[in-house]
Ligand binder design. Structure first.
Ligand code: FES
Length: 574
C-alpha cells in the first residue's frame, strides 16, 4: 500500500505518543504489523429489529474478512436503522427521515474519531441507504456502498404480494370490502423472509441510484438477499474498496452533476420512489454540486420508463435481477444517449466501461427497450405554482389523472385525514391537503402512505388527489403530490389553504395552484396563528431546528434550517 493510503491512521496510531490508542486496539488482537495497514471502517445498519437489515451481519463479516485478506485492517461497527414498513402510519414515522441524517452523522463520528482511512457502508432500508451514501460522499476518504438485497415476494391467492398489498388490504378491510380473515392471510404471506421490500420502493430505488452514482460496483442493487449473487456483490465491493484505498479514489472528488443526472435518469427509468428525488438533492447539497428539482424534472421528462415493476406495475426486484439488473437498464439508456457514459465510478472505470463489462441477463418482460418503453417519460413530475413556489414532487402512477381540479379538504395530520376517509367524508374530486408534516413541521417529513392505502382501500385512490408538505413512500399510488415547499410550519402557502378552496394540478405543465387571490392569501397570512411545534425535546426537535427545505433535500446541517440562524425563534414560537 502506498503511504497516502494510511494518512489518517498514521496520525492516530504512529509514534510513541499514540501508545494509548495502540494499547486499546491490542486488546482487540491487533499486532505491530496491523498498525502499518490502512484502517478501514466496516459500517452496517445491522439489527434484529427490521427484516430489511437482519442479514447484514453476514455481509459485514464477509467484507471485513476480504479486506483483511487484501492487507487492510477492518474495524466492524453497526449503526441504527429505522424501518418505514414498521413505522408507517404511526407517530414512529417522524423518526424515519431523521434517521437518514443520524446514520450519516454516526458513521462520520466513527470514521473521524478513529482515524479510518476508508470505509464500506452496508445498509438495507429506505433511509439507511441514503444515510450511508451521505456519509460516503461527506467523509473525504475512499468509501463504497453495499446493499442488503430485497426479500422474496410473498404469495397468496395465486399472486405475488408485497408490504404494499398489506397496507392496501388494511384500507380494504376498514371499508368493509375484505374480511379480517382475508386481511390476516395477506399479512401472514407478505414477507416470507429477511431482506428489503421487494418492489421498486424507496430502498430498491436508492440501491439502484447507488450504482448509477458510481458509489458501488455494478450489479449491487438487484440480487435478492438470499441469492448467492448477494454475497459475491459484497465481495466485489470489498475488493473495489481495497483498490480505491490503494489508489486514493474519493467519492466527493469524482462525483459530478453528470453522476447526479445519471442517477435521476436511472430512477426515472425504473419508476422509482419520490424519496429518490429528496435523497439526490441531499447528496448534491452534501457535495456542493448545484443540482435542483428542475434538473430532476428535465431528466425525467426525457427518460422513458423501461421497467414494469411494483408498485404501479407487475414485477419485483428479483425479476429485474434475472433481466440483468441495473446495468441492463443503464445499457439501454446508454444506447439511446440518455446517460453520461463518461461519469466516473469508485472502481476507477467509467459507467460506460462498467456496463460494457457486466454480464447481460435474460430477456424478461420486467425490462423493455427504449424503443418500446412502459411509459414514454419517467415517473417523476416536479410541480410549482402558487401552492408550492419552491416546488413539489409527485410520481406519475398508472391511474394518475394528468389534470385535477377540486375543493380542498384540509387536515393537520394523517390520522385525522384517514379517519375522515373511513367516515365517508371524502368524495371523488376532493383534494386532501395534509400540512404541518414537512421537515420542520412533522418534524421529519413523515410519509403519508397509510392514507393513500386507506384511500385505495376505499376505492377513492384514482379519484382523490392528496397534497402534502410531507412525503410519500415508494408504494404510493394515485395522484399524490408531496414535498410541497415552502412547508406549512415555515409559513408556506399550504398553511393558509381553507376547506373549499379550489386547487388545480396540471402535471404536463408542471403546475400546482391554489386559486385564491394574493390579497386574500395575504389577509389569511396576517390573521392565522400557526400551531406550536409538535415536538420540543430530543432528536426530532434538534432535527427541526436544523432541517433545510425539502427542495434542497431536507438535510440537517449547521448552515441549514431556521434553527441555524442565531437569534431567530423556532417556527411557530415567534
Ligand atoms: Fe425496510 Fe421497506 S421497510 S426496505
Amino acid at each position: 500500500m502506498n503511504e497516502k493510503a494510511t494518512r489518517n491512521s498514521r496520525a492516530m496510531l504512529a509514534g510513541p505518543h499514540r501508545a494509548g490508542a495502540r494499547a486499546m486496539l491490542r486488546a482487540l488482537g491487533m499486532r505491530d504489523e496491523d498498525f502499518q495497514k490502512p484502517q478501514i471502517g466496516v459500517a452496517a445498519t445491522w439489527n434484529r429489529s427490521t427484516p430489511c437489515n437482519a442479514g447484514l451481519d453476514k455481509l459485514r463479516g464477509q467484507a471485513a474478512s476480504d479486506l483483511m485478506a487484501a492487507g487492510l485492517y477492518a474495524h466492524e461497527f453497526d449503526t441504527i436503522s429505522v424501518s418505514d414498513g414498521i413505522s408507517m402510519g404511526s407517530e414512529g414515522m417522524r423518526a424515519s427521515l431523521v434517521s437518514r441524517d443520524w446514520i450519516a452523522d454516526s458513521v462520520e463520528l466513527m470514521v473521524r474519531a478513529h482515524g479510518y482511512d476508508g470505509f464500506i457502508g452496508i445498509a438495507g432500508c429506505d433511509k439507511s441507504i441514503p444515510g450511508m451514501l451521505l456519509a460516503i460522499v461527506r467523509m473525504g476518504v475512499p468509501a463504497i456502498f453495499a446493499y442488503a438485497g430485497s426479500l422474496a415476494p410473498g404469495r397468496t391467492g395465486g399472486r405475488d404480494i408485497s408490504l404494499q398489498d398489506v397496507y392496501e388490504a388494511v384500507g380494504a378491510h376498514q371499508s368493509g370490502s375484505i374480511s379480517l380473515q382475508e386481511l390476516t392471510e395477506i399479512e401472514v404471506a407478505a414477507c416470507p423472509g429477511i431482506g428489503t421490500c421487494a418492489g421498486m420502493f424507496s430502498a430498491n430505488t436508492m440501491a439502484s441510484v447507488s450504482e448509477a452514482l458510481g458509489l458501488t460496483v455494478p450489479g449491487m442493487a438487484s440480487p435478492p438477499a438470499a441469492h448467492a449473487d448477494r454475497m459475491s456483490a459484497t465481495v466485489r465491493a470489498a475488493g473495489a474498496l481495497a483498490d480505491a484505498v490503494e489508489n486514493g479514489r474519493v467519492p466527493s472528488k469524482f462525483l459530478s452533476k453528470q453522476s447526479l443526472e445519471n442517477a435521476a435518469a436511472v430512477a426515472s427509468a425504473l419508476g422509482g420512489s419520490t424519496n429518490g428525488c429528496l435523497h439526490l438533492l441531499a447528496i448534491a447539497s452534501e457535495v456542493g454540486i448545484p443540482f435542483t428539482l428542475q434538473d430532476i424534472d428535465r431528466v425525467s421528462r426525457r427518460t422513458p420508463q423501461l421497467t414494469d415493476m411494483k408498485p404501479a406495475g407487475r414485477f419485483m426486484m428479483r425479476d429485474l435481477h434475472r433481466a440483468g439488473g441495473v446495468p441492463a437498464v443503464m445499457r439501454e439508456l446508454l444506447s439511446a444517449g440518455l446517460l453520461h457514459g463518461d461519469a466516473m465510478t469508485i472502481t476507477g472505470r467509467t459507467i460506460a466501461e462498467e456496463v460494457r463489462n457486466f454480464a447481460p441477463g435474460e430477456p424478461h418482460p420486467v425490462l423493455r427497450g427504449v424503443g418500446n418503453p412502459v411509459k414514454p417519460r419517467g415517473g417523476y413530475a416536479v410541480l410549482t405554482g402558487s401552492l408550492a413556489p419552491d416546488g413539489a414532487v409527485m410520481k406519475i402512477a398508472n391511474e394518475s389523472r394528468m389534470k385535477h381540479r377540486g375543493p380542498a379538504r384540509c387536515f393537520n395530520s394523517e390520522l385525522e385525514a384517514a379517519a375522515a376517509v373511513r367516515a365517508g367524508k371524502i368524495s371523488s374530486d376532493d383534494v386532501v391537503v395534509l400540512r404541518f408534516e414537512g421537515p420542520v413541521g412533522g418534524p421529519g417529513m413523515p410519509e403519508m402512505t397509510a392514507l393513500t392505502g386507506v384511500l385505495a382501500g376505499a376505492g377513492l385512490g384514482a379519484e382523490v388527489a392528496v397534497v402534502t408538505d410531507g412525503r410519500f413512500g415508494g408504494g404510493t399510488r394515485g395522484l399524490s403530490v408531496g414535498h410541497i415547499a415552502p412547508e406549512a410550519a415555515l409559513s408556506g402557502p399550504i398553511a393558509f389553504v381553507c376547506d373549499g378552496d379550489t386547487i388545480e394540478i396540471d402535471i404536463e405543465r408542471g403546475l400546482i395552484d391554489l386559486l385564491v387571490s394574493p390579497e386574500e392569501l395575504a389577509r389569511r397570512r396576517e390573521h392565522t396563528t400557526l400551531p406550536p411545534p409538535r415536538v420540543t425535546t430530543g432528536v426530532l426537535a434538534k432535527y427541526a431546528r436544523l432541517a433545510g427545505s425539502a427542495a434542497t433535500g431536507a438535510v440537517s446541517r449547521a448552515d441549514e434550517g431556521e434553527g441555524a440562524l442565531p437569534g431567530k425563534p423556532y417556527p411557530g414560537q415567534g
